[in-house]
Design a protein around this ligand. Structure first.
Ligand code: DGY
Length: 319
């Protein structure tokens, strides 16, 4: 029987994923679930045929140039691949895959949580009850915004954006979106040809585009100023899409009225600007963190590896 390929699984994945991986590969795991420096990634690459990383491992152009020839495939456990320099890895002849589709439902659920958490002061309410800072019920206490009937704006009508829009329709929201081109299979959604036009017509603006070099910092002071009074910004995509300093300054002025952020720059550290703001609802990058989705992401990454090592084209090959 031919020997199993050696696979480095950089983080602690679901039990089902690990069991399947150990059945089919010689697995090098990370039981302590620590993160690795780029130097350690390069060093480890000499010992493995394949890597199954998360977005927490950086494969930039410098790392790509220094990876061992032994590594043939990087099968990401993520849909986002902004941690990978695809052209540089492709130039080294390394196949790169991701895990699209399987995390759309979980992430869209977090969009709903952030939308409501931001609209109704979820963070402030929780902290008041826990700290004993809630003394009496009053009709004028913690009055928030209702999202029913309002406009839900999506930047990037891809897989997650569409499911998020469908869930928002369940809240009676009107769907608006900006995309490279209009989509044909989302009836009743209003297309906006420019980001600016969408922003000006969104009561809740939700980001669903990749953090490509062109998109980095796309939500800046100028665009924040276009948001309607009381509007809410939701980000489950990548922190790099938002200029944190501009957003925290704008939130202090109440425009936008609130934000719900699952991602931010420099995570896990929080931008100091958000710390004291009652109109920000923050989560620690848990968009895809459900038991079901973690299994599905792990299996999808393993499916890609299995295809590669059996000589077929991996379904989610990017380069
Ligand atoms: C993704 O899949 O891109 C999520 O952000 C988790 O990495």
């Amino acid at each position: 029987m031919p020997s199993k390929p050696t696979l480095w699984i950089t983080r602690k994945l679901s039990d089902n994923t690990m069991a399947r991986a150990r059945r089919d590969y010689e697995v090098i795991d990370n039981p302590d679930d620590r993160t690795f420096s780029t130097g350690e990634i390069v060093e480890m690459s000499a010992k493995v045929d394949a890597v199954l990383p998360c977005h927490s491992e950086l494969f930039n152009a410098d790392v790509a140039a220094r990876l061992s020839d032994r590594v043939k495939i990087i099968a990401n456990h993520s849909v986002g691949v902004d941690h990978c320099d695809l052209p540089a890895l492709g130039a080294r002849g390394i196949v790169v895959t991701n895990t699209p589709d399987v995390l759309s439902d979980a992430t869209a659920e977090i969009v709903s949580l952030l939308r409501l958490g931001a609209a109704r002061g979820g963070a402030e309410g929780d902290s008041r009850v826990r700290s004993g800072g809630w003394r009496d019920w009053s009709p004028s206490f913690m009055v928030g915004q209702q999202v029913t009937g309002k406009r839900f704006g999506v930047i990037g009508m891809g897989r997650v954006g569409r499911v998020a829009a469908m869930r928002a329709q369940g809240f009676g929201m009107e769907i608006h979106y900006h995309n490279r081109r209009p989509v044909e299979d989302f009836p009743n959604a209003v297309y906006h040809a420019s980001v600016e036009d969408l922003i000006a017509h969104s009561d809740v603006l939700s980001l669903h585009c990749p953090a490509t070099p062109e998109n980095r910092g796309m939500i800046n002071a100028e665009r924040l100023a276009l948001m309607p009074d009381g509007a809410i910004l939701v980000n489950t995509a990548r922190g790099a899409l938002v200029d944190d300093a501009a957003l925290s300054a704008a939130l202090k002025l109440g425009r936008p009225g609130a934000a719900g952020l699952d991602v931010s720059n420099n995570a896990p550290a929080v931008d100091p600007g958000y710390g004291g703001l009652p109109n920000v609802f923050l989560l620690p990058h848990i968009g895809s963190a459900t038991f079901e989705t973690r299994d599905a992401m792990g299996f999808r990454a393993l499916d890609n590896l299995d295809a590669f090592f059996s000589g077929s084209e991996p379904r989610d090959r990017l380069v």
